[in-house]
Design a protein around this ligand. Structure first.
Ligand code: SAH
Ligand code: F3S
Length: 481
């Protein structure tokens, strides 16, 4: 694969993996979680072997693929709107083919072909290696579909084509699927059972990224902390593994250590941690290695024990506090962020107050907050009535968001008049005179460009802030640059 490096005016390098001799054009866009963005890079890699290079211009495309999200109804509506846009382009260019990938493909299956006449191709998250065959069908004028979920597929053998990359940060997926069955969540249905990727292929990808100039990776999974490699196979089948497989199995703390040691200057992040699976070993490994970033995304969903139980989250409020206390004791400088859901079925004002008081205890650095959206096929949809009126969900969400804003501000202000280490990722959206990057704690910092460039690790004196962003001045390269 030939690499072309396109230096744009600001000096930020945009790396596009384009294969020489490829004549067909692929327009691919992604919605939803980081895993979808990472999957699209795998898809682009598979299709580059089929004569496709990527294009940023929809109108130029021979094939348009949209990698979809089903997590909330709104996410699905967004995709439906994009399909309308593709339809308008297809009217001008009838040869253009349109495919739907990801969670909506898996959830709706053939319904997609019936409901959306412009869709030629429907491919679920575990079937991307079948794309060459499916495209052959489409080329012959037939609709094509593969939504079979797999017990083994991890795409560990595919080197992703990095899309829209800043050349500095990259995602590396380490697990697929989820076995947790939180009652509100559609992911176990759309992404199948949990399986882990061979650690050797993970380390090879990390090394390869470092050699290509990348400075930070994020290990990805729906539930990274339950990573477990014992030679392949489903997580739930580990009980049947041989003694040898059990003795040599690699868990998430060990994988984290392997990655940290393989590239001691590569910054390492991971997401997402389900509180029930985040172990003390992981926290201790984070403490042991400077290059493991000090940030844990720790979705809690609710502060009420009754609601946590109804959600099938396998921990209590008290156990969550214990985990927070352990993180604070072992990693005092660690940032913690949340996901929260307002208005889960049967949620009372008291339950909601429990969520607010949990937030007061933790004082998260930041978070992602949602109103409950009933998803077809989930346990909550089958067993519980979506009984909280929309207006109440919205009011509770607004209170949660307001509280988070206050906490973010307190947390961000803590960095005033300190020096933080920042990896420069891109130009600031607000000013072409400023760089934007993130601290180890995943807090965004902006500062004048001076002589620094994208990919530099610099020390920044923080002299101002907004509720979410540090503002300062770079005073030199970090010792680890
Ligand atoms: N694996 C992660 C979550 C993945 S989904 C975990 O351990 O929690 C990302 C977030 O979307 C969830 O944390 C949850 O807050 C939100 N979410 C998922 N399903 C939802 C639904 N039906 N309605 C509203 N928010 C939802
Ligand atoms: Fe969803 Fe719970 Fe898994 S939120 S992705 S079922 S951990």
């Amino acid at each position: 694969m030939e690499k072309t490096i396109d230096e744009n005016k600001q000096g930020e390098s945009l790396i596009l993996d384009q294969k020489e001799g490829n004549t067909r054009k692929l327009f691919i866009e992604s919605y939803g979680c980081a895993m979808n963005f990472s999957d699209s890079e795998i898809v682009a890699s598979i299709l580059s072997e089929q004569g496709f290079n990527t294009t940023q211009t929809l109108e130029d495309a021979d094939l348009v693929l949209v990698n979809t999200c089903s997590i909330r109804d709104k996410a699905e509506q967004t995709v439906r709107k994009r399909l309308e846009k593709y339809n308008a382009v297809k009217r001008i260019n009838p040869k253009m083919k349109v495919g739907v990938l990801g969670c909506m493909a898996e959830r709706l299956k053939t319904k997609f072909l019936e409901e959306e006449k412009i869709v030629d191709l429907v491919v679920g998250p575990d079937a991307y290696k079948d794309l060459p065959n499916l495209l052959a069908e489409v080329d012959e004028g037939r609709d094509a579909i593969n939504v079979i979920l797999s017990k083994e597929e991890t795409y560990g053998d595919i080197a992703p084509v990095r899309l829209n990359s800043n050349g500095v940060t990259a995602f590396v997926s380490i697990t697929r699927g989820c076995d947790n069955m939180c009652t509100f969540c559609v992911v176990p249905f759309t992404r199948g059972r949990e399986r882990s990727r061979d650690p050797q292929s993970i380390i090879e990808e990390v090394n390869d990224l470092w050699n290509k100039g990348y400075k930070e990776i994020t290990l990805l999974g729906q539930n990274v902390d339950s990573y477990l490699w014992y030679g392949g196979g489903l997580k739930k089948d580990f009980v049947k593994a041989s003694d040898m497989q059990k003795a040599t199995a690699i868990n998430f703390a060990q994988l984290l250590e392997l990655c940290a040691k393989a590239q001691p200057k590569m910054r390492i992040r991971f997401s997402t941690s389900n509180p029930q699976d985040l172990t003390l070993d992981v926290i201790k490994t984070m403490a042991k290695f400077d290059n493991i970033c000090k940030h844990i995304h720790l979705p809690v969903q609710s502060g009420s024990n009754r609601i946590l139980k109804a959600m099938n989250r396998l921990h209590t409020r008290e156990e969550y506090f214990e985990l927070i206390d352990n993180i604070r004791a072992i990693l005092p400088e660690c940032a913690i962020s949340q996901d929260l859901i307002a208005g889960f079925p049967t949620e009372t004002e008291e339950d909601h107050q429990d969520t607010l008081s949990l937030m007061d205890y933790v004082k998260y650095n930041f978070g992602y907050m949602f109103t409950y959206s009933e998803r077809p096929g989930t346990m909550a949809e089958r067993k519980l009535e979506d009984d909280i009126p929309e207006a109440i969900k919205k009011r509770r969400l607004a209170e949660i968001v307001q509280k988070q804003r206050e906490h973010s501000e307190i947390r961000t202000r803590d960095y005033l008049n300190t020096t933080v280490e920042v990896l420069i990722e891109r130009e600031s959206k607000k000013s072409d005179q400023q760089w934007s990057g993130r601290t180890s704690q995943n807090i965004v910092a902006v500062f004048p460009k001076a002589h620094y460039k994208v990919g530099d690790l610099v020390n920044v004196d923080v002299n101002d802030c907004t509720s979410a962003t540090l503002i300062g001045e770079a005073t030199g390269y970090s010792k680890d640059n």
